[in-house]
Design a protein around this ligand. Structure first.
Ligand code: F6R
Length: 242
């Protein structure tokens, strides 16, 4: 059975406001909340709303702990600004006054991948912090969540992943040339994501509609559309714009 709560919104601003409100309510309820965070174009407006509230002193994120979903591997130094660490520091952590010592990524952007590294220490770290209270997700055109590309297993934990050709093409907009887009990343797995107590997935653009349709109609997990892993989660909200 598909247990997801779907909220269709007339535009991206309303969708972002609803998403921001879920995060704000979590932090109001527990100022020490553990937040699972995403990068990409989708959460930018939501993050702006969180920044605004923090600067108006309506909320404080200073005691929150954060775990980002993923980070690129093998970025050139010249592309440091495209690291997900840089994105988060600029879009949210700096302007909304998070404590940077409490913000975590599965790998540092300039850290080389060492063969056979066990990245599930990230999952252990999340659990040791009490588990994620609310996990924010974007959605890949191909249905990926985090960088769990089609074919990912429902039991996957944090690991090194290879980016799909479609993902590389979509993310090329941030780089000078498509060849500069990293082909690998370290990402939380589907199981890592499903351990969050609450999940909110945000999808704002028409290229996500096919994935949304698969998510709306799924009755079982379909490996070809990794987002369908969410259908059995007890508290997932999908906020989308048609
Ligand atoms: C980013 C992430 C990805 C993105 C997805 C959508 O941390 O994990 O799953 O959420 O690729 O990206 P945008 O929002 O740029 O369309």
């Amino acid at each position: 059975m598909n247990k997801i709560n779907f909220i269709k919104c007339p535009n991206a601003t309303i969708a972002s406001a609803k998403t921001a409100e879920i995060i704000l309510a979590t932090v109001r309820n527990n100022p020490q909340a553990v937040l699972g965070l995403a990068t990409g174009s989708t959460p930018i407006e939501t993050y702006k709303m969180l920044v605004r509230d923090a600067n108006q002193k309506r909320i404080s994120f200073s005691q929150c702990t954060t775990f980002n979903l993923d980070e690129y591997v093998g970025l050139k130094k010249a592309d440091a600004a495209q690291s997900y660490r840089a994105f988060m520091n600029n879009q949210l952590f700096g302007p909304a006054h998070f404590n940077l010592d409490q913000t975590h990524f599965p790998i540092q952007w300039d850290q080389p991948v060492v063969a056979n590294t066990d990245y599930t220490t990230y999952d252990a770290h999340i659990q040791a912090a009490g588990g994620i209270d609310v996990q924010l997700l974007g959605l890949g055109e191909n249905g990926h969540i985090g960088f769990n590309e089609p074919g990912s297993s429902l039991t996957s934990l944090t690991r090194q992943v290879h980016l799909d050709a479609q993902t590389i093409k979509n993310n090329a907009r941030f780089f000078k040339a498509i060849n500069d887009v990293p082909t690998t990343a370290v990402s939380m797995g589907l199981q890592s994501i499903l351990q969050a107590r609450k999940i909110v997935l945000l999808a704002l653009t028409p290229n996500k509609l096919s994935a949304i349709n698969h998510l709306r109609t799924a009755q079982t997990f379909n490996r070809q559309w990794p987002c369908t892993a969410l259908i059995n989660h007890p508290d997932t909200t999908v906020i989308w714009v048609e």
